[in-house]
Design a protein around this ligand. Structure first.
Ligand SMILES: Cc1cc2nc3c(=O)[nH]c(=O)nc-3n(C[C@H](O)[C@H](O)[C@H](O)COP(=O)(O)OP(=O)(O)OC[C@H]3O[C@@H](n4cnc5c(N)ncnc54)[C@H](O)[C@@H]3O)c2cc1C
Length: 379
């Protein structure tokens, strides 16, 4: 593809840069999770008011109708300006696009706008204690009762469930058919007594995700997305958006962090050290490969209108690079890193989750082998 921006794309980038210069909210408060969340919510409201939330969503659903290239520019510029993430990140990246792709007009009317404004926060209830990579084996059960669904089961690692109004919930509605065919995708109201949210604290000390205990929660029939028994297909849409959305922002983040790490190495007089130079050069090469593959994924979206399995390649590669980058940062900072340099230590610890969240690296390698390279399946 031609990587030069067209005059319209340059204008889009310049408009965004100018807006960010005037509206950047400053640095996110550190430490208190509630305070940080409130800060991100304010930021999302500001983005929404200016038409910068859901940039790639169709205009009829409150988005900006941006092209895939403009969306990529948007993600990269947000990282370049070091902005905080919006509060409703899962709703914006995955929930909205899934409802737009598979929802009825009534569902789009009801759910989409409060995602953009941040009025209703979303979480993703897919993983269970015995079902992560093999998602289709999940056991949370939904049974029809008088026009409603009654749901019982347990979910785990549910990011932002403690802030959420809606959960993208996949549950088993038919036990008589092969496992992929017996699933249904629901939007479950989190604000009911039948749903208990218990925080799980990560190695970073942050309670970013939770366990969900669901005991006869009620979901109205109109909150089924994509039809009963079609949950697997709808869930794949959510996952494709989760992985493809990562490419450009993560590429820009790696480039930004690497530039800052090179400065740290210079400050410490390590820019002449052959081992450090080798590590930094390798990271630079990897970041270029990440960049080119991000364009490859973009080309696929432009051709087909949908994110393809190439997003899995970018997600796997990004988690590898981010882990190497934060390990190199620890080497460069030396023994003082864990005590003096809170930001790099946090990133180093948080990066451990990168190769698990949104699909483990092993699973992504299987997807790339089978669906990008066309290799035969083992099973
Ligand atoms: C920070 C973070 C946030 C998360 N947020 C959410 C969320 O909001 N909602 C949600 O639903 N989930 C969330 N998850 C869960 C995440 O999706 C799962 O952890 C992930 O899918 C792996 O599932 P598992 O933990 O059950 O591991 P398992 O599936 O049990 O895997 C264990 C190990 O076996 C390997 N393995 C499994 N199957 C295969 C195979 N076929 N071939 C090769 N290797 C294999 C895996 O790669 C892994 O190394 C989050 C996870 C993290 C770390």
């Amino acid at each position: 593809m031609d990587l030069t921006l067209s005059p319209d794309e340059e204008a889009f980038r310049d408009e965004l840069r100018t807006w960010l210069e005037d509206n950047h909210p400053g640095e996110e408060p550190k430490g208190d999770e509630e305070e940080a969340f409130a800060f991100r919510l304010e930021w999302q409201k500001k983005l929404h008011a200016a038409g910068w939330a859901g940039v790639s969503w169709p205009k009829e659903y409150g988005g900006r109708g941006a092209t895939p290239i403009e969306q990529a520019i948007f993600s990269a510029e947000m990282v370049r300006a070091n902005t905080p993430a919006p509060a409703n990140i899962l709703g914006l990246a995955m929930g909205g696009p899934t409802v737009i792709a598979h929802g009825t007009e009534e569902q789009k009317e009801r759910f989409v706008e409060p995602i953009l404004s941040g009025e209703e926060i979303w979480c993703q209830g897919f993983s269970e204690p015995e079902s992560g990579s093999d998602l289709a084996s999940l056991k949370t059960k939904a049974v029809k009762d008088n026009g409603e669904w009654v749901v019982t089961g347990q979910k785990v690692w549910t990011t932002f469930a403690h802030h959420a109004k809606w959960c993208m919930l996949v549950a088993r509605t038919d036990t008589e058919v092969p496992k992929h065919k017996g699933l249904t995708y629901f939007l479950m109201d989190m604000q009911q007594d039948a749903v208990q949210v218990r925080p799980l604290v990560q190695i970073t000390g942050q309670p970013e995700f939770n366990e969900l205990f669901i005991e006869e929660a009620r979901i109205p029939d109109e909150n089924v997305i994509g039809g009963v028994g079609n949950g697997w297909m709808v869930a794949i849409t959510t996952l494709m958006h989760e992985r493809s959305g990562i490419a450009f922002g993560s590429m820009a983040q790696v480039k930004r962090d690497l530039a800052s790490l090179i400065e740290v190495a210079r400050d410490r007089g390590l820019d002449d050290d052959p081992v450090t130079r080798q590590q930094l050069a390798q990271l630079y090469i990897e970041s270029e490969v990440l960049r080119i593959n991000a364009y490859r994924g973009l080309t696929q979206i432009i051709k087909t209108g949908q994110p393809g399995p190439e997003g899995s390649l970018s997600k796997w590669h990004w988690s590898d690079i981010n882990q190497s980058l934060t390990e190199t940062a620890m080497d460069i900072r030396g023994p003082e890193a864990p005590v003096v340099d809170g930001e790099w230590s946090y990133r180093f610890l948080r990066a451990r989750a990168n190769s698990i969240e949104g699909g483990t690296t092993e699973i992504l390698k299987n997807i790339v082998a089978e669906r990008v390279l066309g290799l035969p399946k083992l099973r």
